[in-house]
Write a new protein. Structure first.
Length: 116
């Protein structure tokens, strides 16, 4: 998920092959051909709806306090300007999914707080 879009990435090339609006009723299709010469992914509207519904549902269940963040998810340091105002966050990391910010304990990679 990136902002209001679901981004499908070719795991071998790590290139974006499809972008699906969260509003799957939109007629916009953004199929991107990988520059490596690999084919592009083209989904029907029904397939796009299935992907959108399923991935949003999976993301909602995966992002909860107490969940462990997989190693493939990059955690960011809390910016200093926030740590200045909220020093308790100094040792924590975070990542964002959609409009949610997950605060993570970096050693255990456990989500300790979700901010919407």
């Amino acid at each position: 998920m990136v902002r209001d879009e679901i981004v499908i990435i070719n795991p071998r090339t790590r290139k974006i092959v499809e972008v699906i609006d969260r509003d799957v009723s939109s007629s916009r299709t953004a199929s991107v051909r990988a520059s490596s010469g690999a084919g592009s992914l083209s989904l029907t509207q029904e397939q796009r709806t299935t992907v959108s519904r399923t991935l949003r549902s999976d993301a909602a269940t995966a992002i909860r306090v107490g969940s462990t963040v997989p190693a493939c998810v990059e955690l960011s340091q809390v910016p200093q300007r926030i740590v200045s105002e909220v020093p308790e966050l100094r040792s924590y990391r975070y990542f964002a999914i959609g409009e949610e910010i997950a605060i993570v304990e970096p050693e255990s990679r456990e989500i300790v707080e979700i901010i919407e």
